[in-house]
Design a protein around this ligand. Sequence first.
Ligand code: GBH
Length: 441
Amino acid sequence: TKLSLPPHSPLLSKNFVYGVATASFQIEGGSQDRLPCIWDTFCDTPNKIVDSSDGHTACDHYNLWRDDIDLIESLGVDAYRLSISWPRVMTQDAKLNPVGVKFYTDILDELKRRNIKAFVTLYHWDLPQHLEDEGGWLNRQTAYAFEHYVNLITKAFGDRVHSYATLNEPFCSAFLGYEIGIHAPGKVGKEYGRKAAHHLLLAHGLAMSVLKQNSPNTLNGIVLNFTPCYSLTQSDEDLKATAFADDYLNQWYIKPIIDAQYPDIINQLPLNHQPDILEGDMELISQSIDYLGINFYTRQVYKAHPTDIYEPIAPTGPLTDMGWEIYPQSFTDLLVSLNKTYTLPPIYITENGAAMPDTYNNGEVNDLDRLSYYNTHLNAVHNAIEQGVVIHGYFAWSLMDNFEWAEGYLKRFGIVYVDYKTQQRTIKNSGLAYKELISKR
Ligand code: GBH
């Protein structure tokens, strides 16, 4: 029932940053005070969300944020990673919405007062619906709309923020949202995914320029997710298929940022699947970042597919409630291999965690499986640092149970339990163990 690391681990030093993470649409509710976004529309579309739920109330953080900051403080964390709802802080005619801006400046002021570092993500998937109506991330203009929003909001926030991330997981927006359609806006087509990805990366680049101007003293970067790819066999065809999957799903988002180019497989794609890259785009995208945020949950095994290129193999090993394999070694392998492949700035693990069963007993929430996931994965981070990877912090996903996108409220990732009837929060045993680890440093 404890999180334990080797004695003298860098993860036990005071300057290693521990935090908890959330995202606006997943916790806030309070939708009456903001513009509609693509996730509102997606939730209103039949058969997209497993429990037919939506984000209109969620964890009611919109009203309960003061209590939630108390909760965050009580965990003893150094940092809180939150995201800004673009549709809350901007109006349809591209001006700041003072009500939305005040919601966040109040939160940021309160965090500052309590000495909790604010890690602010500027886009965690809640695109204003009116921009989607103009084509969303398939429209290059959306990148410029993002640049404009980032310019206004970072000026409004002034010096309240410790770190900015331009985007959370452009892979999810592009691939899940515009290529296979299981996330908002639910577009399906191989001709869409790469184009959306390029406009997202362009938006990142444009926003980086703004951040360098408006906010030179914050730690500015991007958050990418990685699902490391393993080949089922050592046969040439399986290895080749797996390498393709890795380039298509993972390297596609980091290589342009660090090396100013897409993976070579771009030349194997049909012309109408390729993005429109204009002069100057790759320079914008590859500007230096102060840190790289990495989100990690699981790995995936592949084999060659007779007609398509690669085929994912259904995992067998131990699984989380999401059906994702628990394979902590792949976390270490991923970090070591990224460090070998690229010249990287310091890394922050901006999300790691698991949906697992909780049992409520006498005011105690027992979630031993989640606790053990955290234990093995924190040790995986330790092992990566031992092998030379520079990692400055770790954020648990998530602070509390919340709207898990297409899974609705059925999957629980929190280290704090949320009773959605009463909105009561209860720190789970994993949360208590996290708190203890942090305080024992
Ligand atoms: C994150 O996405 C999000 O940032 C966060 O909002 C979300 O709540 C959290 O994770 C939990 O889902 O799809 O079976 O092939 C992570 C998304 C998870 C996408 C792992 C790729 C690979 C397993 N990634 N997934 S599978």
